[in-house]
Ligand binder design. Structure first.
Ligand SMILES: Nc1nc2c(ncn2[C@@H]2O[C@H](COP(=O)(O)OP(=O)(O)OP(=O)(O)O)[C@@H](O)[C@H]2O)c(=O)[nH]1
Ligand SMILES: [Mg+2]
Length: 458
């Protein structure tokens, strides 16, 4: 992979559409445009930046499409290189023919994420901003999209920069301290260093506290519907989605396999999972389904457990209650429209209980409110969306936190030269790791890891 090569890819989604765009980036972008784009004079390479022109796109002697050519000159382009973009016709064929023509004229196919990787390598954006671009593309809700936009605008980069600068200041203070003979060290130095370290720890803890929200906004909160067969799980899934996604019937054991569907609640993406009903079963397929239910329950962010008020409680009911976790689970007492047969000695404690007749949408709004209330423990719904860290960033922060705790212990014990000498490498390591989040420090493996999640054309 070399920036001396000119790369090309279709940057719009496949499928029928009015327009598709082919981007070409690199030193030969204009040479390629001159070869394949026929327009009124002047030729593309002689045209001004940030202009567009109509013309015919050719491959050798063959005209392959007509469209617009957009002109960007380094460093004012997506990649910060010379870039031309062909706006041609959408659909399965036109853009592919235009792309092939670019290859014949000297471009090579761009790898997944290569345009954005070049934008990073050319210093136009940092690694956090590069990741934000993919988060934007993948955002499932307004809130996720706004958080990604904030990250692209550099809000998260600034927080990491502030943390980095504070630790750099501590490193400088420690190095300076080494120059003093031990008995001449000013008394104020150690408290200053420790206070800076504590402030860094606070900033770090704040960033870490945004992880759960980041996980929910990027991946969606996994909300698992569970309960005995026939309690109304699939009816609830369909009601939430507003269409008949799962089969509903009065035969217990209708849902055999887990069914996942996306649902947006208050701007937050949820991955709803309808599951096979929990019961003792001799049916091998049903047993497999129940294993999957258990697997989903172990990974769930939130859990809606349903019971049927028209049926008597039994030992399975109590066994299922053991899966309920305060702060994570809601108990839905369904079929309240039917004569009540359900009685238990002991209701689970600390679990919100909502009575419903889902079939008639009774109690449905209360259930959505209870769900939003549980979600608000990881996301402050009243606050404006803000940039939040991802799993990659969390792993680095956890390491840096451990490193800082070790340094604080060393320095709190004594302020001898030995402690200083031991503390300095730890701090340097913490700075290197922190630098990897924004890409101030990077190596090929790190870039491969980050950009491997990108798609072609991004
Ligand atoms: N009376 C009444 N019937 C309901 C209600 N909710 C669901 N049902 C009925 O209960 C039956 C079972 O509903 P499902 O949604 O298939 O139940 P399930 O929990 O998915 O069942 P399995 O897939 O077998 O585990 C269907 O006949 C529904 O129409 C309700 O609130 N009141
Ligand atoms: Mg079902």
């Amino acid at each position: 992979m070399s920036a001396s090569e000119t790369i090309a890819a279709i940057i719009t989604a496949p499928g029928e559409a009015g327009v598709s765009i082919v981007r070409v980036s690199g030193p030969e972008a204009f040479e390629i445009a001159d070869k394949i784009f026929k327009c009124n004079a002047p030729a593309p390479s002689l045209r001004k930046a940030n202009t567009f022109v109509y013309g015919k796109i050719t491959d050798g002697d063959v005209e392959v499409d007509e469209g617009l050519l957009l002109i960007f000159r380094a460093p004012h382009s997506y990649t910060a290189e010379d870039v031309v973009e062909f706006q041609c016709h959408g659909g399965g064929t036109s853009a592919k023919r235009v792309l092939r023509s670019c290859f014949h004229a000297g471009a090579r196919a761009a790898d997944a994420g290569e345009f954005t990787r070049r934008a990073f390598l050319n210093g136009r954006i940092d690694l956090l901003q590069a990741e934000a671009i993919m988060d934007l593309v993948r955002a499932h809700s307004d809130r996720s999209q706004t958080a990604a936009l904030q990250q692209l605008e550099g809000k998260l980069s600034q927080s990491f920069q502030d943390l980095y600068d504070r630790l750099l200041q501590v490193a400088a203070q420690l190095e300076a301290t080494l120059d003093f003979p031990e008995d001449e060290l000013p008394a104020s130095v150690l408290p200053q260093i420790l206070s800076n370290l504590s402030k860094a720890e606070q900033d770090l803890d704040f960033l870490l506290s945004t992880w759960n929200e980041g996980h929910v906004l990027r991946d969606g909160a996994l909300v698992v519907l569970s309960g005995k067969p026939n309690v109304g799980k699939s009816t609830l899934l369909n009601t939430l989605l507003g269409h008949e996604r799962a089969i509903v019937s009065d035969i217990a054991g209708t849902t055999r396999d887990s069914i996942e569907a996306e649902f947006i609640l208050e701007g937050i993406p949820l991955r709803l999972v309808d599951t096979a009903g929990l019961r003792e079963s001799v049916d091998v397929i049903e047993q497999q389904g129940i294993i999957r239910t258990r697997d989903y329950l172990s990974k769930a962010d939130l859990h809606i457990h349903l019971i049927d008020l028209s049926q008597k409680a039994d030992s399975q009911t109590y066994e299922n209650f053991e899966d309920l976790i305060p702060g994570k689970s809601i108990l839905v007492c369904n079929k309240s429209d039917l004569p009540r047969m359900f009685h238990v000695e002991q209701w689970p404690t600390g679990i919100p209980i909502v009575e419903t007749a889902i079939k008639d949408e009774i109690g449905y709004q209360e259930l959505k409110n209870a769900l939003a209330s549980l979600l608000s423990s990881s996301i402050d719904l009243s606050a404006r969306p803000h940039a939040v860290i991802s799993e990659r960033h969390r792993l680095v922060l956890v390491e840096v936190k451990t490193e800082l705790a070790g340094i604080k212990d060393l320095l709190s014990g004594c302020m001898g030269d030995e402690a200083l000498v031991l503390a300095i490498p730890g701090l340097r390591e913490a700075l290197v790791r922190l630098g990897e989040v924004t890409g101030r420090e990077y190596h090929e493996d790190l870039l491969d890891e980050v950009f491997s999640t990108f798609c072609i054309g991004k």
